[in-house]
Design a protein. Structure first.
Length: 323
């Protein structure tokens, strides 16, 4: 009954109410007063006129002993003013962070954790599809530094493609965002440690649609950072995806596991090689420039348990066919 009341009170927004924004500004450590840069990329979906949800990537810059970033999921409430041109609201949610903590003797540790994140944002909608936004975020982990970020930026309202019509004899159906796809890729691997050593990454990805907004992938990854490590293995992820602009552009967020063999384990491990499992998070976008052919960019974070987290920036050319 409560959900029905909200739906009647706040009718759904049109289907184009999906927003992509990029903001930049300053990070302030609440504990020490130290400052650094900050930036944020966010995707927001409006479920109701006054309620929405967002997925964001935060980068809190380089404080003296911390390099922290991560993703956040938040729910939002807002009030629309000035004939719906100005939006003011607040959000709260959970932030999964990756903190490269610097230790004495040039050592480091990659700390992973969860923290609540609270946000205030004001958005001014200009002529469609652009808007400007100001945001303040407070991140409050229990066993890491507390920070505030102050950011300003711009955004774009994404035009949503309507679902495909039903074929004769079929009931209502929704088109999967993805059919079947196969894509080799190549790019750069960056190690999250002082110096940010880099190397070559590559592999091949198979992707298939499960539902309108769900994909599944199986990916062979190869990470080669000379003098640091050589990892290779199989990753699998579940994805939230959507398509825009006549279904030519897709956006997605994936999470899963990466089972790999490391030819160069950490010093002192006493082994010449090892099998291990790491977490795998990926942000993706693709452009379909013809019916079967597309190009895709993946930004992946490998969450290791030996303080050798990596970022993979991978670009591929793929072929797709309908399921």
């Amino acid at each position: 009954m409560a959900i029905l009341f909200l739906i009647l009170l706040f009718p759904p927004l049109p289907s184009h109410a999906n927003e992509l924004s990029v903001l930049g500004g300053t990070t302030e450590s609440v504990d020490t007063g130290e400052r650094s840069y900050a930036w944020q990329a966010a995707f927001r979906h409006d479920f109701l006129r006054n309620f929405s949800a967002s997925l964001s990537w935060f980068n809190e810059g380089h404080l003296e002993e911390h390099k922290r970033d991560g993703f956040a999921a938040q729910g939002w409430g807002r009030v629309l003013l000035l004939d719906n041109r100005l939006s003011s609201g607040g959000g709260a949610g959970i932030y999964h962070y990756f903190d490269t903590k610097l230790l004495p003797a040039a050592n480091h540790v990659n700390a992973h954790g969860w923290a609540p994140v609270y946000s205030l944002a004001a958005t001014y909608y200009m002529e469609r599809p652009w808007f400007a936004q100001v945001a303040v975020n407070h991140i409050h982990p229990g066993n890491d530094i507390n920070t505030n970020t102050y950011m300003v930026g711009v955004g774009y309202r994404l035009r949503k493609e309507a679902a495909l019509p039903s074929r004769p004899g079929e009931g209502d159906r929704r088109a999967k965002t993805t059919g079947y796809e196969v894509m080799p890729f190549l790019g750069q691997v960056v190690v999250n440690r002082p110096g940010n050593d880099s190397g070559i990454g590559g592999g091949i990805e198979f992707r298939t649609g499960i539902d309108e907004h769900l994909d599944w992938t199986a990916t062979w990854l190869n990470e080669d950072v000379p003098g640091t490590f050589h990892r290779a293995g199989l990753g699998t992820q579940i994805w939230l995806v959507d398509a825009f602009f006549a279904r030519r552009i897709t956006l997605g967020f994936g999470a899963g596991l990466y089972s790999f063999f490391d030819r160069e384990p950490p010093p002192g491990s006493g082994a010449s090689g090892r099998l291990d499992i790491a977490g795998l998070l990926t942000i993706t976008t693709s452009y379909r420039f013809s019916d079967p052919w597309f190009t895709r960019f993946n930004w992946s974070r490998v969450m290791s348990n030996d303080s050798r987290d990596t970022d993979l920036f991978l670009l591929g050319l793929g072929y797709r066919w309908e399921s």
